[in-house]
Design a protein around this ligand. Structure first.
Ligand SMILES: *[C@@H]1O[C@H](CO)[C@@H](O)[C@H](O)[C@H]1NC(C)=O
Ligand SMILES: *[C@@H]1O[C@H](CO)[C@@H](O)[C@H](O)[C@H]1NC(C)=O
Ligand SMILES: *[C@@H]1O[C@H](CO)[C@@H](O)[C@H](O)[C@H]1NC(C)=O
Ligand SMILES: [Zn+2]
Length: 277
């Protein structure tokens, strides 16, 4: 009985379930998170909850989440330098100027959704294999989703990119760790003390090239065919993971962690991911 009610709910609202898809400038996307139903705009949707602590079980929560269990290109995966870096799908970037957007907490950590005027091609972009994709927004997971050689960074930032029609196509992953200096990318953002899911700071302007600078514009990277890292675990997403770690100041990392909740999916078996191919 519980199962059938979940089925119906998922069918009603497939587009608003799942990892932050940056489809809005409001808090309504937070329904993907386990929340108190009393606070939810739609109590039914919160019954269809998934939790990172039980990511092994997502495929059983709803038929719409079946790929989480049966997919052949699920993310994240463990990466290793022993198999080298990618020489294929080399990205080039068009990330100039400052861009406006909303800075908020996606329920699991800091996030930013770019202001959108209906034309995706006006957003910062990158091109690989003659295909150009446009930045929709970014969000942070804690700890990192992707390990490299067994090392897992404290957090991982995902730059979610869509095609000209707004369909998700690629994610750029930045592994974040504390270092000796403040990150000028994070210095642009408002203070995150007490930065919980109820807060949203509108019309913040940031320079995104600062993030690219910090990982040397993905001059060395891993790439593979993967999926969303939360239900419905849709595939067809190309992942790029910078080899270079993006360093923050110690207090900056503490602020990020203080605004974050455990949000890494268990690593998946490598299958048809074609890593670096
Ligand atoms: C929740 O589900 C109940 C029972 O199916 C339905 O009557 C109600 O309208 C739903 N509420 C919302 C907000 O969708
Ligand atoms: C870079 O992106 C801007 C829009 O943000 C666009 O106007 C410009 O033509 C792009 N430049 C190149 C070289 O593609
Ligand atoms: C990109 O386009 C050029 C010119 O049309 C073509 O020669 C090349 O094979 C294309 N590359 C890929 C990876 O599709
Ligand atoms: Zn993510």
């Amino acid at each position: 009985m519980l199962f059938s009610s979940l089925t119906r709910i998922a069918a009603l609202a497939p587009s608003i379930l799942g990892c932050p898809q940056h489809t809005n400038n409001r808090r309504s996307h937070l329904v993907g998170r386990q929340t108190n139903p009393a606070q939810s705009p739609n109590a039914n949707i919160t019954q269809n909850i998934w939790a990172y602590e039980a990511s092994f079980n997502w495929g059983k929560l709803s038929p719409d989440y079946r790929l989480c269990q049966t997919g052949t290109q699920q993310s994240p995966i463990a990466l290793s330098l022993s198999n080298g870096l990618s020489l294929n799908h080399v990205p080039s970037f068009n990330y100039t100027g400052k861009i406006a957007g909303n800075f908020f907490n996606w329920g699991y950590g800091p996030a930013f959704t770019l202001a959108h005027n209906g034309d995706w091609t006006s957003h910062p972009s990158f091109t690989y294999d003659n295909e150009t994709l446009y930045l929709k927004g970014w969000h942070i997971h804690a700890p990192a989703d992707h390990s490299v050689g067994g090392d897992r960074s404290k957090t991982e930032m995902h730059f979610v990119h869509v095609d000209a029609e707004g369909q998700e196509g690629a994610v750029l992953a930045f592994r974040l760790d504390p270092g000796n200096f403040n990150s000028i990318f994070f210095e642009q953002l408002p203070v995150m003390i007490g930065f919980d899911e109820m807060q949203i700071q509108e019309s913040i302007e940031i320079g995104l090239a600062l993030a690219m600078d910090s990982v040397l514009y993905f001059n060395e990277f891993f790439t593979y065919q993967g999926s969303l890292t939360s239900p419905p675990c849709s595939e067809g997403i190309r992942w790029f993971i910078a080899r270079q770690i993006m360093f923050t100041g110690v207090e900056q990392m503490q602020a990020i962690l203080g605004a974050s909740t455990y949000s890494a999916r268990a690593e998946q078996e490598v299958w048809q991911h074609r890593v670096n191919e």
